[in-house]
Design a protein around this ligand. Sequence first.
Ligand SMILES: [Zn+2]
Ligand SMILES: [Zn+2]
Length: 393
Amino acid sequence: MLMVTITKVVDNGDPADKIDILVMGDGFDSSTTDQNRFDAKVQDFINKFFAIAPFDVLKTAFNVYKAEVVSNDSGIDRPDDNITRDTALNTSYGSGDLERLITATDGGVAIQNIMNQAAGDYSAGGQDYGAVVVLINDVHYGGGAAGFYTTTSIGKDGSYDYAGFVDIVAHELGHSLGYLGDEYEYNGDKKTYTGSEPSNPNLTIETQRNLIKWKDHIDASTPLPTYSKGGACDAPNKSATTLAGYPEGTVGLFEGGKYYNCGIYRPEGRCMMRALGYVFCKVCNLALIKSVSDRGAICFIATAAYGSELDPHVMFLRNFRDDVVLRSRYRRGFEDLLDIYYRFSPPIAEEMKRNEFYKNFMKYTVVWPTIALIKAIVFLAKLVRGKSPDKSI
Ligand SMILES: [Zn+2]
Ligand SMILES: [Zn+2]
């Protein structure tokens, strides 16, 4: 089995608590040119990925590892041009007759071997892999997701500098981390959606205002549906710029999504889950923040107040949430509170990072009293529990 050098390039702590991203390359040969290009692209990936909201505020929830995989040939298989190359991870364009779709022709066995090695070397993947990213050293646009890995070409139109290669990864993480659905229509015969309510937080068939899952984010003055195809469901309207005359960021019901033209709605006109090159819409942003927070990978306000997740105050809050809140019979009530927390805490944490006075203000008026209150409740609960037959808390 091929053994490669794996380095931890972004270290935010114990892999058991963090979401691990493993980056490797295919079609990079042993030449200095290719190896330097790989190193530069990994750094480029880190810079760009953690600049995309909400991954900017979720940064400390991730670790990133780099696996140096050397191929015999430079570039990958491209059946359309009858090009066959000998590469370490056996990736190829043209999967499923779709030119731009890049997958591994060995079913991902070689990629899996490197994941196993990372697990052995670093316990990476201890909680789970947030993403296994395969950077493709080629000058043609392409990429894709095949279960446990995502491929993305660093090149496009004959150049190795496709700036958007990170967006493919952000979009795929939207699926795997945020359970988000695709917000685009498809060219096939998917005209009107007739299925049940999708479980994804960013798609709905509901048109009654008070029943829509993202109703809290819709202004009372925004009409529903906000954008309708008016029954013209035969031809897909794939325009990524559909804002229906509303300002960017307006949340409502925009018809079209989950590959269908009609009968299903997304929250905004534009979104990373609809077209690469756009930011995640508000609903998708919050879904990602909530999902990453639920994994216990981050505790925004306390971390911002105390500067480190390893501070005892922060660890106390995290343990309290995991051991008591998420297991107790009061969970539903707490979940409503947590929803409010998730909605407000990332912007507050951002502000605290910028403003020292605000940081101290929050630390002594919110975080510390909260901890003191919880400690008192836990102490009292233990007293009461000693005398009561009801032992659940
Ligand atoms: Zn997708
Ligand atoms: Zn969205």
